[in-house]
Design a protein around this ligand. Structure first.
Ligand code: ZN
Length: 154
């Protein structure tokens, strides 16, 4: 089942009719490589569906979230972003520009971590959601430039 079908199935399972607008939202979520905010989803879908409302976008995202098809990420600026990739991976969250990047790490190392958790605590991991907070290369470069500028201004 491809990503779009998975989202549509999730909506049906949560008791929603598949309207053209909801289908367009699922298509957008399936193809985006961003971790979109609800407003970004709205803007993306409104290009082809100008009649869509922000409320429809929120309702659809909430329905998908409630069945675990998408996962909210707190990117630190009070804007929820959504993870649309169901495969467990690590998100790198920039504290300055609030963008979220995927990190495809060593799967063996991650499997070892889950096995250790199971062995040590008896907890049964199902999936994982890991966030590393920090600064992206662009923001680091901007910060360095700002510091240089401040030093020159003195
Ligand atoms: Zn950044």
């Amino acid at each position: 089942m491809d990503k779009k079908e998975r989202f549509l199935t999730a909506l049906k399972q949560s008791g929603h009719r598949i309207t053209g607008q909801r289908r367009a939202i699922c298509e957008y979520l399936a193809q985006t490589r961003e971790h979109p905010t609800p407003y970004q989803v709205y803007e993306g879908v409104a290009q082809e569906h100008p009649e869509i409302s922000l409320a429809t976008v929120y309702n659809t995202l909430n329905a998908l979230r409630d069945v675990g098809a998408i996962v909210p990420i707190d990117a630190g600026n009070e804007q929820t972003r959504y993870e649309t990739d169901p495969a467990p991976h690590i998100n790198l969250v920039c504290l300055r520009c609030h963008r979220v990047f995927d990190y495809e790490g060593e799967p063996e190392a991650e499997d070892q971590l889950l096995a250790a958790i199971r062995a040590e605590t008896g907890f049964q991991p199902v999936t994982k959601k890991m966030e590393i907070l920090g600064f992206c290369p662009e923001c680091q470069a901007q910060k360095r430039a700002e510091i240089r500028q401040q030093l020159q201004d003195k």
